[in-house]
Design a protein around this ligand. Structure first.
Ligand code: DGI
Ligand code: FE
Ligand code: FE
Length: 194
């Protein structure tokens, strides 16, 4: 297994400066959330550090790598290549960065769309990606950043709602999993309130 520092050095060379800064922001935000909610600190930092490891690979090369790893792409991933880096990233994490922990691999795989019934670690990476200090120009971000340290499931709901609204307003095809995440946490919180 590679250490956080070894991985950080590789990513510094393979990601753009901007993406690397975002990556460090996600890693440390995931660490803060892990402290708050009692998740494993090293796992949270590892998943945060690697979540966008496939992001700077050219799109056609990402597709070739998916073939190499026998990753089946959904129709929506075929249409929206910006979704591919999440799933591909988890395979690279395993193959190149020697990650063996399935929870960490799932957190990387689902960081863009989320999914119903996420583990604590998956929730932490999904949220950290959205709220890290370098993120700009998202409505309600000040509110969501505060909420993230108060109620984790409400934060997932707010973020998935924002993402859906944003994708609708830009006429982007929405992945089924993105919708399912929102619907699941809406139901989940309704149950809690009853
Ligand atoms: O990789 P990041 O920029 O840090 O953030 P991300 O992994 O959450 O998002 C990657 C891109 O995917 C971003 O441009 C928003 C977009 N996206 C998120 N959910 C969906 C989506 N695009 C489509 N087409 N459908 C989705 O459901
Ligand atoms: Fe991403
Ligand atoms: Fe990201």
């Amino acid at each position: 297994m590679k250490s956080l520092i070894e991985i950080e050095k590789i990513l510094e060379e393979t990601l753009t400066t901007e993406r690397f800064r975002h990556t460090l922001g996600v890693m440390y935000t995931a660490a803060a959330l892990a402290m708050k909610y009692g998740a494993n600190l090293n796992e949270a930092m590892l998943a945060g550090l690697l979540h966008d490891c496939a992001k700077c690979i050219p799109k056609n090369e990402q597709k070739n790598l998916c073939k190499k790893y026998h990753i089946l792409l959904t129709e929506s991933e075929e249409k929206n290549p910006s979704l591919i880096h999440a799933k591909l990233g988890s395979y690279l994490a395993k193959d190149i960065y020697e990650v063996v922990n399935d929870d960490v691999l799932h957190a990387i795989s689902y960081h863009t769309t989320g999914r119903p019934s996420m583990s604590l670690l998956e929730k932490i990476v999904y949220i950290a990606d959205y709220i890290e200090p370098g993120r700009k120009d998202i409505s309600n971000l000040t509110f969501i950043r505060k909420l993230a340290f108060e109620n984790i499931d409400q934060t997932i709901l707010k973020i998935s709602e924002n993402v859906l609204q944003y994708l609708e307003s830009t006429n982007t095809v929405i992945d089924n999993m993105t919708k399912k995440t929102y619907e699941f946490y809406k139901q989940e919180l309704k149950k809690e309130g009853e």
